[in-house]
Design a protein around this ligand. Sequence first.
Ligand code: GRF
Length: 215
Amino acid sequence: MLKIGVLASGRGSNFQAIIDEIEKGTLPAKIEILIVDNPKAYAIERAKKHGIPYVFINPKEFSTKEEFYEKIRDELLERGVELVILAGFMRIVKKPLLEAFPNRIMNIHPALLPSFPGLHGQKQAVDYGVRISGCTVHFVDEGIDSGPIIIQAAVPVHPDDTEETLSERILKLEHKIFPEAIRLFAEGRLEVIGRKVKIKNYELPDVFFTNPKIR
Ligand code: GRF
């Protein structure tokens, strides 16, 4: 069973999608800990409901970002975590955590990287006028949404879309590809070669491309 640690800052719907897959028996992993940087994160309620241990680590209690990440690293290592999941964790990960988990931290971003990194990927896509957007699961490196790409899913962008309507369409696929990427990791099927991720014996399921008529 792959031991995972989840970092979140807010709503935690991706955290929930991962919990659901584990509880269904379709994801061979165990969530050892949820770490939040925000005591009001709704993700905490989800952890409580599903009997998952959680801890709030207050970034304000540390004089440097490095010390904050050292504390997070120690919490994860103490619990034997093998893979770290950033599920809506709204911070840039720093060296102490990156070095402890090389190519073992995954993030989900609500755009087709390398387009629209950073905050509000969905709004950036709407404002730019692209016809297709989507979401990306990638390994985390020291940059902003710049690490090796694991899987992506595409959705159409309609002329009348707003940030909200596009976000909702993308989120449905986020909830599919994030657990899928973790499953591939758990099965030992991901190999990072330079900036590319090789997936062993893999065929992309149809679900990663929504029908353009779907709204
Ligand atoms: C998602 O849109 C994800 O792509 C981005 O932050 C949001 C988190 O949502 N990284 P939730 O907290 O998982 O509901």
